[in-house]
Write a protein that binds this ligand. Structure first.
Ligand SMILES: C[S@@+](CC[C@H](N)C(=O)[O-])C[C@H]1O[C@@H](n2cnc3c(N)ncnc32)[C@H](O)[C@@H]1O
Length: 335
C-alpha cells in the first residue's frame, strides 16, 4: 500500500511564506495552514493523500507530503520509520536533504545548509538510498528539511513534472568567476525549467542585457544574441549590442525570425509584458520566452491567472511561472 499523509509542506524563499499561503489558499481552498517558519509552510489537508499530490505553486521551491517532525538527534530513527512507510517502493528512494531558507537574499550564507549536509551524511550512512541527488521521473523521494538548528521535518513525494529534481529546488550551479553578472545563474536555472533546450545557432533577442550574464550563457551554447540595453554590455563572440532603450529599436534592426525572446528589465511586470506584446509579433516564428517579472510585494503571483490568459492570447497556451531558488523578489515566466 502506498504511503499517505494529511499534511503537506513546501519550501520557498524566506519572506515569501505569507504570499505562498495566499497562493495556495486560491489553489486549494480546503487546505488549512499549519506549522510554518520563514522559508517553510505546511498545511493540514481535508483527507489523506498520496505521493502524486502536487501544487502548481509559483512560490514553492520544493514540496511533498509531510510524515514526521522531530529533533535532529533522532533523525536516523525517524527516517527508519518513514522508510518503512514508503516500503512499497520497489527500489531505494532518492534522498533530498535541504535547509529551509533563512534570508530573502539567495546569495546570503545560510547556517542551516551545514546542518542539512550533516543530516545527509548521517542518513546515507544509516539507510539505503539511490546514489546521487538528482531525481528522475517516477522516483520516490524522501524529503528531509532542516527547519531549525535542532529540528527536522521528514516527508516524501513522487518526482514528476513541476517538481525540481534537486533538493529544495536548488540546482547545483556555481557562478563562473568571469561571468559578467549573477544573471548567469538565474538564467541557467530558468532554462533548466524550460520545456525546450536552447540550441546552437538559434537566434536570441534580449531586452535588458547589461552587463551580460545571460548573454554569456546564451553565447556559451553557440546561439547568437541581439542585446538591447542603453547600458554597457561585455563584448563576446556571437553578441550584437543595440545600445538604446527597447522603445528606440526598429524592427529592421533585429533578425526577421528569432527563436527566443528574453526580457530582464528593472521595471514593473506591466512594462515587461508590454514589451513582450510588441516584440513577439516581430519574429516570423513564435519565439520561446523567458520573462523576468520583478515583484517587490509578490503581487504578481495573484495576477498570474490574468497574465497566463494574456500569454495564451499571444499564442502560448501553457506558460509556466516560478520564483527561482537563485531569484530575488521576481518570478520568471517560461513559454
Ligand atoms: C537586471 S539588469 C539586466 C541583467 C542582464 N540580463 C544580465 O544578464 O546581466 C536590467 C537592465 O535593464 C535595462 N533596461 C531597463 N529598461 C530598459 C528598456 N526599456 N530597454 C532596454 N533596457 C532596459 C537596464 O539598463 C539594465 O541594464
Amino acid at each position: 500500500l502506498e504511503a499517505r499523509s494529511a499534511i503537506y509542506f513546501a519550501t520557498c524563499r524566506a519572506g515569501a511564506q505569507a504570499a505562498l499561503k495566499a497562493e495556495v489558499a486560491a489553489l486549494r481552498p480546503a487546505w488549512r495552514p499549519a506549522f510554518a517558519r520563514p522559508g517553510f509552510v505546511s498545511w493540514k489537508l481535508p483527507a489523506e493523500a498520496g505521493p502524486e499530490t502536487h501544487l502548481d505553486a509559483i512560490l514553492a521551491h520544493s514540496q511533498g507530503l509531510a510524515l514526521a517532525r522531530g529533533e535532529i538527534a533522532g533523525v536516523v530513527d525517524l527516517a527508519g520509520v518513514a522508510l518503512d512507510r514508503l516500503a512499497a517502493a520497489s527500489r531505494p528512494p532518492r534522498l533530498h536533504c535541504r535547509a529551509r531558507t533563512v534570508n530573502p537574499n539567495p546569495d546570503a550564507p545560510n547556517p542551516l545548509d551545514a546542518v542539512a549536509r550533516e543530516l545527509e551524511a548521517e542518513l546515507r550512512a544509516a539507510h539505503g538510498f539511490a546514489a546521487g541527488a538528482a531525481a528522475a521521473a517516477g522516483d520516490l523521494v524522501l524529503d528531509v528539511v532542516a527547519t531549525d538548528a535542532g529540528a527536522v521535518v521528514l516527508g516524501f513525494h513522487r518526482h514528476g513534472p513541476g517538481h525540481s529534481p534537486h533538493p529544495g529546488g536548488r540546482p547545483p550551479l556555481v557562478l563562473p568567476g568571469d561571468a559578467p553578472s549573477r544573471a548567469w545563474i538565474k538564467f541557467e536555472e530558468a532554462l533548466a525549467w524550460h520545456p525546450r533546450p536552447m540550441n546552437p545557432g538559434e537566434r536570441v533577442v534580449e531586452i535588458g542585457s547589461a552587463p551580460g550574464g545571460t548573454a554569456r550563457a546564451v553565447c556559451d551554447r553557440g546561439a547568437e544574441i541581439w542585446c538591447v540595453d542603453p547600458a554597457a554590455v561585455v563584448p563576446m563572440a556571437g553578441l550584437r549590442h543595440l545600445r538604446k532603450p527597447a522603445a528606440a529599436v526598429a524592427r529592421a534592426e533585429l533578425p526577421e525570425a528569432f527563436d527566443w525572446l528574453l526580457i530582464d528589465i528593472n521595471d514593473n511586470p506591466g512594462a515587461t509584458l508590454r514589451l513582450a506584446r510588441r516584440f513577439i509579433p516581430w519574429s516570423a516564428r513564435r519565439p520561446s520566452l523567458v520573462l523576468t517579472l520583478k515583484t517587490a510585494d509578490w503581487k504578481v503571483v495573484g495576477e498570474w491567472p490574468a497574465i497566463r490568459r494574456q500569454l495564451a492570447g499571444l499564442g502560448y497556451p501553457q506558460p509556466f511561472a516560478r520564483q527561482l531558488f537563485h531569484g530575488r523578489r521576481e518570478v520568471v515566466v517560461l513559454a
